[in-house]
Design a protein around this ligand. Structure first.
Ligand SMILES: *Cc1c(COP(=O)(O)O)cnc(C)c1O
Length: 416
């Protein structure tokens, strides 16, 4: 892991970094990540233990750090082009950690309203329990800018929102956030762990994501991660700039990454298990191949569905008619991702007739999965917010897998 030949090379492309990062080179070294099934790690002296408990830089107790998880974190840092990553037990754990790392009681968050249901719930139900308020805004950077307050510490948006497909205008959102001394956090779940887009390259300060989706890729594991960018200005955030000595003075440029690990792993214990880290690291090795094919198939299916007489409301940002199409051209050169939505007259009948597509509430699986968001993923979201998120009573959400696109098309056709 400390071998210079295994550390990420900034010149590596995504595909190379995905399979090379974190794997040591040398006689007898494993090809692939060793799983460190351990709850604790040894010291040889009192002084070593004392030093580790003071600085938390190395290994002591696996709630805080584990070598398998650390290798995955290095890989994600390389793929997202960040400075540091903490991997956690789920995407929800990652969102909570990202939010709490820069907000405390009395602070405020502005978010795009076009969100995954779990994120809407966290912003509107969980944060207020801690005295943090959130404003969810329909619209883009202009409307988000208008909702900013003096106590706004964070702007939150999804790279490609789930399920509406709205694409974040990263440069404009970063401008709006930074002008007021806030940070920009992007949920890059549908950006595929940096494959479709690396928000940190375009002004975002924090990337949070569910690794359960494209990173795991096989419906077999849960995880999440928070990555901090190489440049972020916390000088106007009292958590970091206040106090004597301030957190910034104590921790320097690592202050934000330190606080994220401290919150998410050390204090809240939302630690990723090493076996899960192994599965996710292995999933990342084929993410580029899978997601490219899935995104290409999603575009082909979206074009076909758009012409289908029994289908309405096809929403896919890769189609020229989608409001985010210009942002796809700007930020997503490899494609608009694997998720699309469309409306059918009788969703219950449509879903029960499927023979290849499967009904399951996940994204990024190698198999094509569909859900009826109105009654499931967004069932608890207030109706107006559901509609704002692009969820109507007839809407089907589809996460396209790697199957032959002709088989997918034939299955949809017979079910319609
Ligand atoms: C699934 C998802 C999450 C939550 O991730 P889990 O791993 O299910 O906790 C967060 N954001 C988005 C966009 C998601 O799709």
């Amino acid at each position: 892991m400390n071998d210079p030949l295994s550390t990420p090379d900034a010149a590596w492309s995504y595909d190379t970094a995905a399979v090379q990062t974190g794997i040591s080179r040398g006689l007898g070294e494993t090809i692939g990540f060793p799983i460190h099934a351990a709850a604790a790690f040894q010291f040889e002296t009192l002084e070593q233990a004392q030093d580790e408990f003071q600085h938390n830089q190395g290994l002591s107790y696996a709630r805080i750090q584990n070598p398998t998880v650390r290798a995955l974190e290095e890989r994600i840092t390389a793929l997202e082009g960040g400075a540091a990553t903490v991997a956690l037990a789920s995407g929800q754990a990652a969102s909570l950690t990202a939010l709490l790392s820069v907000c405390r009681a009395g602070d405020h968050v502005v978010s795009s309203a076009s969100l995954f249901g779990g994120s809407t719930g966290m912003l509107t139900n969980i944060l207020p329990l801690m005295g943090i308020t959130a404003t969810l805004v329909e619209g883009g950077p202009e409307e988000i800018g208008a909702a900013m307050q003096d106590n706004t510490r964070l702007v939150w948006a999804e790279m490609i929102s789930n399920p509406s497909g709205a694409v974040a205008d990263l440069a404009a959102l970063a401008g709006v956030a930074h002008e007021r001394g806030a940070l920009l956090a992007i949920d890059n779940t549908c950006g595929g762990a940096g494959y479709l887009c690396r928000p940190l390259d375009h002004g975002a300060d924090i990337v949070s994501q569910s690794l359960t989706k494209w990173a795991g890729g096989h419906g077999s594991v849960m995880g999440g991660s928070v990555t901090v960018g190489k440049r972020h200005d916390l000088s106007r955030n009292p958590i970091f700039a206040g106090g004597e000595p301030s957190l910034l003075a104590q921790r320097g440029p690592d202050a934000l990454a330190w606080r994220q690990r401290w919150f998410g792993a050390h204090q809240l214990g939302m630690t990723l298990a090493p076996h899960s880290a192994f599965l996710i690291a292995q999933g990342l090795e084929t993410l580029a191949l899978r997601l490219q094919r899935e995104s290409d198939s999603a575009l082909a299916l979206a074009r076909w569905l758009e012409q289908h007489p029994r289908v309405g409301g096809v929403s896919y940002a890769g189609l020229p008619g989608h409001p985010s199409f210009p942002l796809v051209q700007k930020y997503l050169p490899r494609g608009a991702g694997a998720v699309l939505t469309f409306d059918v007259d009788d969703p219950s009948r449509f879903l029960s007739r499927l023979r290849v597509l499967r009904i399951a509430p996940n994204l990024g699986d190698v198999r094509t999965l569909v859900v009826h968001p109105w009654t499931t993923t967004h069932g608890r979201v207030p109706e107006a917010a559901r509609l704002a998120a692009g969820v109507r009573p007839g809407t089907i959400r589809m996460s396209v897998g790697v199957e032959d696109v002709a088989d997918l098309q034939a299955d949809i056709e017979q079910a319609l």
